[in-house]
Design a protein around this ligand. Structure first.
Ligand code: ADP
Ligand code: MG
Length: 307
């Protein structure tokens, strides 16, 4: 296991930011820590990287305990904190040399910095001051500083926040590429990000885990509800539609188009056909609506349901 978190609780004053959180991340996984603002994502990451201690519970990274082996643990972890703090008056290369000094990397430092600049596609901007660069390039510097000591585990706190759509795609691709060789945990409140980058999502809300599963499973689980989109050739009566066996809810999408919700363990398409035939309606099309991770996320974080 790369990361083991066991019953971690963090209390700030009177506020519980994390409540008994446990999970494990295997080596090589790319895991998204997904949750709305204030869910406790940054707090979790600060604990794993030994920036703050938890109030109770245990955690370890690559076998190193957060209390006992913090120094060794930090050697194994690259951390891009939220808001990516950088020295704006430093030049790109100068800053990366400074960071390599912090890690006491003496040998081959120049080569490693050169490699980092290449990996994170910073070459064109490497001789500029950090303050002169766009947000997208600054995030790449943040990533380069997290990678410089060749850690096994990368902890990235909202790595794509504030990026424009092109920079966003570039950053996600970069993370996926790096994720081929390292264990990555990234936090985000953007569902599409998890779908695009992560193998697995841990969804957290108000300091508690509300779902933890592979991205594909989370999408198919969809909290037991299935939606069938049906197009009729003529207007249909809502009350009649609701009376079809197994229907939980119906919503009108367009003049003759309806979304019909049912529990997912029953396929109600034959019942819909039967209903149409008996009532002289013509069905033009009928299809299952794929629920996205976004739908699941909303259901889980709004109603605090557990799946
Ligand atoms: P997220 O990163 O998911 O937005 P955080 O971990 O930053 O969430 O915060 C979780 C909760 O803990 C929030 O309600 C936040 O206000 C609170 N919190 C975070 N850091 C501190 C702190 N240093 N002191 C007091 N409360 C804090
Ligand atoms: Mg945060």
């Amino acid at each position: 296991m790369s990361i083991i978190v066991n019953n971690i609780t963090k209390v700030y004053g009177a506020q519980k930011a994390l409540n008994n959180v446990s999970f494990e991340i295997k080596s090589g996984e790319i895991v998204g820590l997904l949750g709305p603002n204030g869910a406790g994502k940054s707090t979790m990451m600060k604990i794993i990287t030994c920036f703050i201690p938890p109030t109770s519970g245990e955690a370890s990274v690559c076998g190193y305990d957060i209390y006992e082996d913090s120094k060794n643990l930090r050697k194994k972890v690259g951390y891009l904190p939220e808001n990516n703090p950088l020295y704006h008056d430093m030049y790109v290369r100068e800053y990366l040399e400074f960071i390599s000094g912090v890690h006491k990397m003496n040998k081959r430092t120049r080569d490693i910095i050169g490699d980092m600049i290449q990996t994170t596609a910073l070459s064109a901007e490497q001789n500029k001051k950090i303050g002169a660069l766009s947000k997208g390039y600054r995030q790449r510097i943040g990533l380069a500083q997290a990678l410089i000591h060749d850690p096994d585990v990368l902890i990235l706190d909202e790595p794509t926040s504030g990026l424009d759509p092109n920079q966003l795609v570039e950053m996600r691709n970069l993370i996926k590429e790096i994720g081929k060789e390292k264990t990555v945990m990234l936090s985000t409140h953007i569902m599409q990000e998890v779908e695009a980058v992560c193998d697995r999502a841990i969804i957290i809300n108000k300091g508690e885990i509300v779902a933890d599963d592979s991205t594909s499973k989370l999408i198919t689980a969809t909290a037991n509800v299935e939606i069938i989109k049906v197009e009729f050739s003529t207007p249909v009566d809502e009350i009649q539609l609701k009376s079809i066996n197994g229907v939980l809810e119906v919503s009108k999408i367009d003049e003759n188009i309806w979304d019909i919700k049912s529990v997912s363990d029953k396929d109600i398409r034959p019942d819909i056909f039967q209903f149409a035939v008996s009532n002289n309606y013509t069905v033009l099309s009928m299809s299952k609506v794929e629920q996205s991770l976004e739908d699941i996320f909303r259901q889980l974080t709004q109603d605090n349901l557990k799946i």
